[in-house]
Ligand binder design. Sequence first.
Ligand SMILES: Nc1ncnc2c1ncn2[C@@H]1O[C@H](COP(=O)(O)OP(=O)(O)O)[C@@H](O)[C@H]1O
Ligand SMILES: [Mg+2]
Length: 498
Amino acid sequence: MSIELLGITKKFGTLVANDDINLKVESGEIHAILGENGAGKSTLMNIVYGLVKADSGSILIDGTKVEINDPAHALSFGIGMVHQHFMLVPIFTVLENIVLGHENSKNGLLSFSEARDKLSDILKEFNFEIDPDEIIENLPIGIQQRVEIIRALIYDAKVLILDEPTAVLTPQETDELLNIMRKLKAKGTSIIFITHKLREVKEVADKITIIRQGKVVGTALPSASKEELASLMVGRQVDLLPSKKLVEPGASVLSIENLSIYNESGRKIVDNLSLDIKAGEILAIAGVQGNGQSELARAIVNLELNATGSIKINNKEILGENVSTSLNSGVAFIPESREIDGIIASFSIAENLVLDVHDQEPVSKFGQLNHRYIEDNARKLISEFDIRAQGIFESASSLSGGNKQKVVLARELSRKVDLVIASQPTRGLDVGSIEFVYERLLAERASNRAVLLISSELDEVAALADRIAVIYKGEIVGVVGPETSREKLGLMMAGIAS
Ligand SMILES: Nc1ncnc2c1ncn2[C@@H]1O[C@H](COP(=O)(O)OP(=O)(O)O)[C@@H](O)[C@H]1O
Ligand SMILES: [Mg+2]
């Protein structure tokens, strides 16, 4: 089934989210739509899926103009969609999620037994092992996403829209998803693949349409270079492989010995781990999410309560102290969950920029905040870190992901520190912001700070690290150089090689 969009325009107030968009997805094609955060990708797809009404323009299915009023209607035309934020009901089973919520579908209501049969066919066809009676919230994210895909397939979707499906996946889960996409294509399903990740686009797409600020700015084939694609996306030259200066590592800044971390139920999450990072060096911890790397980062800032062993910063033991001791010993902490640990959403940008030091001079004196300093500091950092905001008093909650992360970077890196802990620092960011984060981390290295980078993005690890320590089940299975192949790292991350 082919689908064609003609002159689609959608405004939200004065903002033009989609501006006269023309796009054709051929039958059995994987068509990637590439664009930065806010480019208008989700809006466009929500229009195709009947969730948002376009102001003007038309949609053609196999050459015939159609009106799509709601998702059930879209599904009856053979259009399925997996959203960026899943739409499954967490406390329902797999099967309940597949059957319920489609009562208006023109295909008619599926009975539980019909759905169970169809589900078992699809599970066999794709070699998936999913228990139809398992509660959704008990399944890993990658599997929940498969349930969403299966749900569309069960209702015979001929065009499948995947909105940033890999944002929540590990490298392995991502590769598996790309394989599922190839299988679907082989069966004749058309796929609209929304992403901002260039490697994925180059791997699976047949055709690429690039959207910037609501407009189609170009089309490309997967043979286009990453630099070409990134430049089209961002609208300027982008440096994807930042150049690393030669830095002679100095004295040891972080020294961890025999660190073990236990979770609340007493299970060992990090197992007798030792590592060392010198000034001017970036050590990356590569690993699949959930192998102890988050806890390792948190332990260094004393956020993990059940940890044994030794963590020294500049030769001073800090394990067992509190968070402010860690931060005041010269640690910058860029946390994995910036929304929870990185910023206080209801506070202004200016306030967020002094969170760690609000009780110290010059931010406050004798319990009085120095507003003049806080405001000057905010203006200076907003300009230095290129934070796109209405003003210093805007609340942090209204910033985009990339700009929230820049607030965290600005605050943490502007303190006097020797060690920077950057946990998944580019997760969910667009290419422009990723480039900025890379440059900053390399600048930290160049100014002789030690950097602990925790990342599940192998491209990132390869671009930044001087040494890569691979973590698996709480243990470092090996330390290798940045030239190590993706395949080798993947095997190490799966605990197969060392
Ligand atoms: N319901 C809405 N109301 C107001 N503005 C919106 C709404 N949905 C999206 N936008 C705005 O439209 C623009 C495009 O958003 P979106 O389509 O989500 O982009 P993308 O998916 O490419 O990141 C953004 O500036 C976003 O803030
Ligand atoms: Mg989106």
